[in-house]
Design a protein around this ligand. Structure first.
Ligand SMILES: [Zn+2]
Length: 492
């Protein structure tokens, strides 16, 4: 047997202020031929798992491109086409193969391509013909197009948000592909459109119970895998929205009925599972009055993991104006300021214009007198599940009692190492401003006295009724109160 693997992914905020170019992929993660470094990105992990599993069976593995870019605005057309064509050329050179296994994000949108994954997979299907298996693993913030699902043998999606289960889901997909190659099963995929857009945290009830129930239902009645694609609501494409995916062993009726039943259950939970965010001023006041420390203020609006730049000054400016010290902000993406700080070196003091540079949603820049405390060159910071994220050159600086971690490469804060690597003692801080929507949660919950989700002004609006959708197919909740009340059909 011969297995061909590749990874091409990013999550596109279609209104994001920064284009995603080739350099953005190179900066975040780009490996060819399976030469993964120790500091592996989570999207590279499935390829390593599949290669080890295949070789354990004595099967051949050809690993093509593996690249991922920190979420941002629309992908440059040429970037998508070049990477796609590189994977297709590698595949053509590797033919014949028995299975193609892909680690993808599922919400990559390029100029001219609303469905990058669908574009890639349909061309792969064209190359390999109808009988070769194609399996894909998706981040749960994905768009699942009909075309994509039709070209695929099996899709397995992360179940957890924060995404702590990317390795387990890679193993799930391997088991399905392996058993199919062995002739033991014949996968069939059923997809149900929930007609919902939103963000859903799996760490809290009733979402937690829903995810556990999906897991319990697997391995019953020929069910091989159950996934919930949450969708990525800041990606304005027709087929955005939550979907249930059920893969069965040749039981189309079981799959369809179960997908629909779970989809209805999920729909019934919609009000309870929608996160609540405090307005910025109230969130700061609550953080100050809450007992204990540190209090984590999660700045969801400027989450680089959702396509925001990561240089918004909204919260730190309010902290300065309210005279609040004993805070640390992680981080501010500002390549110019970070380079100046790293160049000046530890102990240097000087005036610095910091943040607020990318666009109107970044707020006003802060003019500060800063001291450089720590400089780390070419730094990788601990992220989720043992994976790492690249921060570039980075520095910890202090201004008026507030510490900032300033970095050159865009990177989400999902681990207290984002502060502690720089010698910042988080137990001494009353407030930790963390630019993340939910990935921070698992690693910060054990050390935080309280976690407060806030919707400060920024790139990621939380009320999707305010998002200027142009392509999203209707009817869909919450833009339409009851999308099930009409006979109008969404693309699914
Ligand atoms: Zn995600």
């Amino acid at each position: 047997m011969k297995i061909f693997t590749a990874c091409l992914g990013t999550e596109t905020h279609t209104g994001g202020p920064l284009p995603t170019d080739t350099r953005a992929f190179e900066e975040t993660y780009l490996v060819r031929g399976g030469n993964h470094p120790e500091a592996i990105n989570m999207f590279g992990v499935p390829l390593v798992i599949w290669a080890e599993a295949a070789r354990a069976r004595g099967w051949d593995v050809v690993e093509s491109l593996c690249t991922f870019a920190t979420p941002s605005g629309l992908v440059v057309r040429r970037t998508h086409e070049d990477f796609r064509d590189e994977i297709l050329a590698d595949l053509e050179a590797a033919l014949p193969v028995d299975a193609v296994m892909l680690s993808l994000h599922g919400a990559m949108v390029a100029h001219g391509y609303d469905d990058c994954e669908g574009d890639l997979v349909s061309r792969i299907r064209g190359l390999v013909g109808p009988d070769v298996l194609i399996g894909a693993e998706f981040d749960l913030h994905c768009h699942i197009s009909r075309q994509f699902a039709e070209d695929l043998t099996a899709l397995v999606i992360y179940k957890e948000y924060p995404h702590t289960d990317f390795a387990e889901r890679a193993q799930d997909l391997w088991r399905i592909i392996e058993a199919t190659l062995d002739g033991r099963i014949k996968p069939h995929m059923a997809v149900h459109d929930c007609r919902m857009v939103g963000v859903f945290h799996t760490t809290r009830e009733p979402m937690r119970g829903f995810v556990d129930r999906m897991t319990e239902l697997e391995a019953t009645d020929g069910v091989l895998s159950i996934s919930l694609g949450h969708g990525f609501p800041w990606g304005d494409v027709a087929e955005e929205g939550a979907r249930i995916v059920v893969v069965t062993d040749a039981r189309p009726d079981v799959g369809r009925d179960l997908a629909e039943r779970l989809g209805r259950e999920f729909w019934d939970l919609r009000h309870e599972i929608t996160p609540r965010y405090l307005e910025m001023e109230d969130a700061i006041t609550r953080a100050l009055t809450a007992p204990g420390s540190p209090i984590v203020l999660a700045d969801m609006s400027d989450n680089p993991g959702g396509g925001a730049p990561g240089d918004s000054t909204a919260i730190p400016l309010r902290l300065f104006r309210r005279g609040i010290g004993m805070a640390a902000v992680g981080g501010i993406w500002d390549p110019v300021a970070a380079s100046i700080c790293c160049g000046a070196g530890e102990g240097a003091e000087f005036p610095l214009r910091l943040g607020g540079k990318t666009g109107p949603t970044s707020g006003e820049p802060m003019d500060l007198r800063v001291r450089v405390n720590t400089v780390l060159r070419d730094h990788y910071v601990e992220s989720l599940g043992g994976s790492k994220r690249y921060m570039g050159d980075a520095a910890a600086i202090t201004a008026d009692g507030i510490d900032f971690v300033v970095h050159t490469a865009r990177c989400q804060n999902s681990n207290p190492a984002f502060f502690t690597d720089f010698g910042i003692d988080i137990t001494e801080k009353k407030i930790l401003v963390v630019k993340s929507m939910q990935h921070f949660y698992g690693n910060y919950a054990p050390v935080a006295a309280e976690i407060i989700y806030t919707a400060a002004p920024g790139t990621l609006v939380w009320d999707f009724k305010d998002f200027p959708y142009k392509k999203l197919a209707r009817p869909v909740w919450p833009l339409d109160d009851d999308p099930w009340a009409t006979n109008a059909e969404r693309p699914w």
